[in-house]
Design a protein around this ligand. Structure first.
Ligand SMILES: Nc1ncnc2c1ncn2[C@@H]1O[C@H](COP(=O)(O)OP(=O)(O)OP(=O)(O)O)[C@@H](O)[C@H]1O
Length: 660
């Protein structure tokens, strides 16, 4: 049983369905330790035969047997294994990978062995030493002479310790001295017990071997033994092969990315701008939401719900509640009064922590010395009012009032409005008695403080109001209630429950107003705006994805030969696919990192600049935003690489190797 046997190998190329037979039934047997030269006229089918022996060509008929076991060339996986473990290729045009160093070119083959990382490195350096190139290990191939390149190719072919070395015109591009050196190396390889098959036109090469096979018109027409085959070594070292680990693909794609760093950095910058915009707009959305929330919370108590009587019995919106209140307060104050039964119902609502009675008066007059002022609403102090609105003085105590800054200015003078604090002012308004007849209320209260800003209100304590009403014989029932929810997250639920409370007739009893729902509306708009902005940024991400697709396609075209080399070395389609997808994901990840750096710088600048004005960090990027941006970057770059990577993986290794 011969080491390698070819039985009736036939191969034809097809052009427009017309067959052009190249190999017309080849039968050959090879042994280990042989150095076989295949001679023949140009176009005679020598390279075609080598591709079949080397396991890169699957479309032929006939049988290839290794140690008596047929090679199933229909099964791609088996051929991948065969190339990886059994075959080393040496080409006329060297076929080194230009973006890898000499050492890395050798290591590419060693990546598919079971050796440890250190052992692989040692073996690569030893092989380079054997071909006298250890001092060139860190150069790139374009800095080597032709002879040196071919010696690197020999070192690479031997790296995984294959049993068959196929050399397709290995000296075709070399001068006589380099030819001699390469032939000596090939002879040494055969001496080490390998089967060397060299395709050549040169008689000099043929004379160097142990056997010459002549091919003419697709058939063997001569097979001459010059010397006996070399004996097999007694204890051959065996390097076990394995499938390419994913890590090796990642390393290689990273090296390629770095080799083309400047070109890639432009694509990364483009992608980073898109991701940056998404991050910034999300951060700005968060910031604006937070800012508004902060502002509203500083004006009122967000846990407080203001409850009025619902005179219609029907569902009312917040705006409708407010306008019906203003109308009824002056036209029919009694219609808004809340009786004790209704108050009890409110206190029992789930999630209500406390119920505080209050009065709101529409239309009143203030007088101080000879000056008078008329106001629209006077409210009793309650939990929905925050002390922060009082800029001077304090909240109203017994027989005290808090005026707005504007009222104080009108009752004194604009410059010295603050001097009214501590002074008594007269207050008068109209209310009703229990019969519904109008009653004039008059009282004197001391100014406790002044409120300013958007939430400025005129307030007296509830006790003060009750006393004034009682003293004049008016009805003392409350006409609003400040309800506190037990927690902030419950406010909306409690608001709904109160709005849905019904009396025996099935009419709704109350209308409730919360700042939370105002906040919710505002935040909905802010969220909408930031989503629209982020979507616009998404368009730039789409452009980035297109850029990555184009770059990857270009990369596949540029690296076609490399793909052929890697496939010939035994890499699977999957490995090629991973090579391109991982490079694209690296681009995505680097872009995301770059975007993060830019957004951090911009955030610091924006927040620093605007803080002086609004006392708030307006851009707030959360960890969730960053994770989302990275996820988007990885997903986009992965999707962008899918088609180019698929194209690369599907390339026919022979066509890929023939690429310029
Ligand atoms: N992919 C292909 N499609 C069609 N015809 C092909 C293809 N590859 C090779 N051929 C044809 O097959 C024949 C054999 O080619 P092959 O390269 O095997 O010859 P060769 O003996 O190695 O030639 P040379 O010594 O010039 O390298 C040639 O006529 C060539 O034109």
């Amino acid at each position: 049983m011969a080491f390698l046997e070819l039985h009736n190998i036939k191969k034809a190329y097809y052009l427009d369905k017309q067959a052009f037979p190249v190999l017309k039934g080849i039968d050959l047997q090879f042994e280990q330790g042989e150095f076989v030269s295949i001679l023949g006229e140009s176009g005679g089918g020598k390279s075609t035969l080598m591709n079949i022996i080397g396991g890169v060509d699957r479309n032929f008929s006939g049988e290839v047997l290794i140690k008596g076991t047929p090679l199933d060339h229909k099964q791609e996986k088996q051929l991948d294994d065969y190339r990886r473990s059994m075959v080393g290729y040496i080409y006329q045009s060297y076929n080194l990978i230009s973006h890898l160093t000499v050492l890395d070119n050798v290591l590419v083959a060693l990546d598919m062995t079971a050796l440890s990382r250190e052992e692989r490195r040692k073996r690569a350096l030893k092989l380079l030493d054997q071909v006298s190139l250890s001092d060139q290990a860190h150069k790139h191939p374009n800095h080597l002479s032709g002879g040196q390149k071919q010696r690197v190719a020999i070192a690479r072919a031997l790296a995984s310790d294959p049993q068959i070395i196929i050399a397709d015109e290995p000296t075709g591009a070399l001068d006589s001295q380099n030819t001699q050196e390469v032939l000596t190396l090939l002879d040494q390889i055969a001496k080490d017990g390998k089967l060397v098959i060299a395709v050549t036109h040169s008689q000099e090469v043929a004379d160097h071997g142990t056997r010459v096979v002549h091919l003419a018109d697709g058939k063997i027409d001569g097979d001459e033994r010059l010397r006996p085959a070399y004996d097999l070594p007694k204890d051959p070292t065996v390097v076990k092969s394995q499938q390419l680990p994913a890590m090796a693909s990642y390393r290689m794609s990273f090296k390629h990315l770095m080799y083309n760093f400047w070109r890639n950095s432009l694509i990364m910058l483009g992608t980073a701008i898109g991701i940056f915009a998404v991050l910034l707009f999300s951060g700005l959305g968060n910031g604006i939401n937070g800012y508004i929330q902060n502002q509203i919370n500083s004006l009122t108590n967000p846990r407080s719900i203001t409850v009025f009587k619902n005179p219609t019995g029907k569902h009312l919106t917040q705006d409708q509640i407010q306008s019906s209140l203003m109308q009824n307060l002056s036209a029919d104050p009694q219609s808004m009064m809340i009786d004790s039964g209704a108050l009890r119902r409110l206190g029992k609502v789930d999630g209500v922590a406390s119920v505080q009675k209050g009065n709101i008066i529409s239309g009143y007059r203030l007088s101080y010395k000879k000056l008078q002022q008329s106001g629209t609403t006077l409210t009793t102090w309650n939990k929905s009012v925050t002390s922060s609105s009082i800029k001077h003085g304090h909240r109203p105590g017994s027989n005290e009032i808090v005026l707005t800054k504007q009222q104080a200015s009108q009752l004194t003078d604009a410059k010295n409005y603050r001097k009214i604090i501590g002074k008594p002012v007269n207050i008068s308004f109209k209310w009703v008695n229990s019969k519904g007849d109008p009653v004039a209320i008059n009282g004197t209260v001391k100014v406790a403080g002044l409120s300013e800003g958007a939430s400025a209100q005129t307030t007296v304590s509830y006790g003060t109001m009750q006393r004034m009403l009682r003293d004049s014989g008016a009805v003392t029932s409350p006409n609003f209630v400040a309800v506190s929810a037990s927690s902030l997250s419950d406010v909306q639920k409690v608001d709904n429950r109160i709005n849905n409370l019904k009396n025996a007739k099935g009419e709704r009893m109350f209308g409730a107003i919360t700042v939370g729902s105002i906040l919710k509306t505002v935040n909905t708009y802010v969220h909408l705006a930031s989503t629209i902005l982020a979507a616009i940024a998404g368009i730039s991400l789409l452009v980035s994805a297109l850029m990555i697709i184009v770059t990857m396609y270009m990369s596949v075209s540029e690296r076609t030969k490399e793909i052929g080399i890697l496939r010939a070395l035994g890499e699977r389609k999957k490995d090629i696919r991973r090579l391109f997808t991982s490079e694209s994901i690296f681009i995505g990840l680097f872009s995301a990192v770059l975007a993060l750096v830019i957004v951090i710088v911009v955030t610091v600048i924006l927040n620093h600049t605007l803080y002086g004005m609004i006392k708030y960090n307006i851009v707030q990027i959360t960890a969730g935003n960053v994770i989302f941006a990275f996820a988007v970057a990885v997903v986009i770059s992965f999707i962008a690489a899918l088609l180019p990577a698929r194209r690369a993986a599907r390339l026919n290794p022979i066509d890929a190797l023939a690429a310029d």
